[in-house]
Design a protein around this ligand. Sequence first.
Ligand code: URA
Length: 242
Amino acid sequence: MRLAKYIADSGISSRRRAEEMILAGQVEVNGQPAVQVHVKVNPELDQVRVNGRLIQSVHKVYLLLNKPGGYLCSVGDPHGRPTVTDLVKDAGLRLYPVGRLDMDTEGLLLMSNDGDFMNLMTHPRYHIPKTYQAWVCGHVGNKAMNSLRRGIQLEDGMTAPARTKILESGNDRELVEVVLYEGRKRQIKRMFKAIGHPVLALQRTAFGFLTLKNLAVGQYRHLSATEVEKLKSMARGISQPL
Ligand code: URA
């Protein structure tokens, strides 16, 4: 097996990052620095160390968590705030959030220890649709809805076309569904702020074909092998037409 794949399988990085670490001289095989990315290892016999730490290929795990508000999307927090890893501790492995939801955002979050999978799901080149429901201030008129659909100028550039629809209308607020084909930091909140309708509450309700069906807030389930394969081929496929 290729060394970079073995490192990625251990869950510590993506395959690309593993290649960078090999070239930077951070990886040793049986006590010797590995200097070429195409080095092969035998997982049964060889000892691989990254920055001096022995690594092992681990069982790959893919979870779908219904994230509650108030949890950080990270593996640990220097300020001691709750993180999403606290919610999946009983899975028994070190798992990482696949992409990020803001601390106050609820909903569908994938977690895994498969570096390649995480890269595939989050890389901007791959387009898996993500569906959000946002309660926003005021009433979003047709003009604003059309700007969301066409694209909005944010400080980091134009947003890609999105699908939107109003789900519910209250006195002073509206529930809007938005399907994004990209994932920039705080994108939904920034988009609504730009059109004058700040977000009051945000939930991710779907990731590709995956939904929160039968999953209470704070609970998780394992993805099936078929679901994982389907997500991978979806990411590798041509971008979804709107
Ligand atoms: N967009 C946001 O603004 N926040 C999230 O958590 C996800 C998407």
